[in-house]
Design a protein around this ligand. Structure first.
Ligand code: SF4
Length: 188
């Protein structure tokens, strides 16, 4: 019995067998042979970009029954060439974690606790505040009577993981609203 168990040790099979680097047969078990990778049973693969940091590594997102089942590095990405760091490798949990917050959370002024809001309500509240800030910070003319027609009521500072298309839309929206302080640090 003891000999049969020790004969299964991967390190023993590595040093006595032909798989000296232990990348193949030396580390396989009956269980390994019986299971199938989620990447092989997925319905489709969607190209994406890791949302964690400004490196912007390419990701292959594997989907089965419209659920994300696995995320791998995208070998076609010229930036990361199939690699993901530990954060990017774990990014599936951003979508599937049971602790993920999926409702709008709001703590009103003076409130001591968070409450759930319908998304439409939250969007209306944001729109109201933007319009109010735009109005309160509006400058029609400068001190010499020249036209400004701008608002200093709000500014935009985009994050590193906003992509070109998102920044394009944000710039268009905020400029149309009259904002002049619009910045981002996009790298993807
Ligand atoms: S995989 Fe890591 S290095 Fe690449 S974008 Fe994501 S967090 Fe950044």
């Amino acid at each position: 019995m003891g000999q049969r168990v020790t004969g299964l040790w991967p390190v023993l099979r590595q040093v006595t067998g032909s798989d000296k680097t232990a990348h193949g047969a030396a580390v396989r078990t009956a269980h390994t042979d019986a299971i199938t990778a989620r990447t092989e049973t997925a319905d489709r693969v969607v190209k994406s970009v890791c949302p964690f940091c400004a490196v912007g590594c390419g990701q292959d997102v594997y989907v089965k029954d419209e659920q994300v089942v696995q995320i791998e590095g995208d070998p076609d990405s010229p930036i990361s060439r199939g690699r993901l760091c530990p954060k990017g490798s774990a990014s599936k949990s951003l979508v599937t974690s049971p602790t993920r917050v999926t409702t709008v959370r709001y703590r009103r002024p003076g409130g001591t606790d968070w409450e759930d809001l319908p998304l439409a309500t939250a969007m209306d509240m944001i729109a109201d505040r933007v319009l109010q800030a735009r109005h309160d910070g509006w400058q029609e003319l400068d001190d010499r009577g020249r036209k400004l027609r701008r608002t200093m009521g709000f500014a935009s500072l985009g994050g590193a993981t906003l992509d070109n298309e998102e920044n394009y839309l944000m710039k268009k929206l905020y400029t149309a609203l009259g904002a002049v302080q619009i910045e981002n640090q996009a790298r993807i």
